[in-house]
Ligand binder design. Sequence first.
Ligand SMILES: Nc1nc2c(ncn2[C@@H]2O[C@H](COP(=O)(O)OP(=O)(O)O)[C@@H](O)[C@H]2O)c(=O)[nH]1
Ligand SMILES: [Mg+2]
Length: 256
Amino acid sequence: MHVSVIIPAYNEAARLPSTLAATADYFHLRPETFEILVVDDGSTDGMAAVVAEFAALHPDTSVQCLSYGGNRGKGFAVRHGMLRAGGDLRLFCDADLATPAEEYEVVLTAMTQAGAEIGIGSRPLRNSHLLVHQPWVREWMGRGFNKAVQLLAVPGIADTQCGFKLFTAAAAQDVFSRCRIDGFAFDSEALYIARRLGYIIAEVPIRWSHKDGSKVSMVRDGLQMLRDLTTIRWMHRTLQKTEEKARPTSSLHPKA
Ligand SMILES: Nc1nc2c(ncn2[C@@H]2O[C@H](COP(=O)(O)OP(=O)(O)O)[C@@H](O)[C@H]2O)c(=O)[nH]1
Ligand SMILES: [Mg+2]
């Protein structure tokens, strides 16, 4: 089994060295082989050089920085990484490791038990462990956004926004090749498409700590997220009719 860890990153030169080290240390202890793909979302802080330096210092670790120039948004960055990754399993996680890399195993186990192709970290579940909360305004806005998500795109998922999601290769390919939202509402779009295609999603309680240094603007990004959310069902309205099929099989959970 080969795992791709995709880190969408915008001006994360300061946070990346410790994130890369923690991720590599964790995966070196696991039985899977792994690669780390940092997707440079148009950073201007010398981040690519930081990744190159890490790679040079750690020849035993496969670390690459994928760049395309320009700041396209987290959704674009995750999609770019997911579609270029080579892993049988593809994880995306935030550059600040608000969800520690160790939660990979928790999500994978839950996914396997549920027979799911997608496992998503979730903060508001009873067994989730929020070590450090977000500022209350942000937490409150997150809850409000989730109500809108439930209404407009994916009912029944308590937290679509956690930056820690694991996909089988087939699910990643199927879902992200259809995603179009470039901004922070991309998670809801991906889960909406996944449901339409019949994939099973396991929502998994994880450990999570708020990290300072968020670059999300509550007003500008929040409004854009709401706008994008309202387009999801319309944008993918033909999906069910033309492409819904029997639940796809995956290498992780072969049907036979
Ligand atoms: N703010 C921001 N983050 C981006 C962008 N593109 C990719 N990211 C990454 O998205 C992840 C989440 O960003 P962060 O600022 O920690 O958001 P928060 O924790 O939700 O407040 C990080 O890994 C960012 O580097 C972008 O255009 N803006
Ligand atoms: Mg963060």
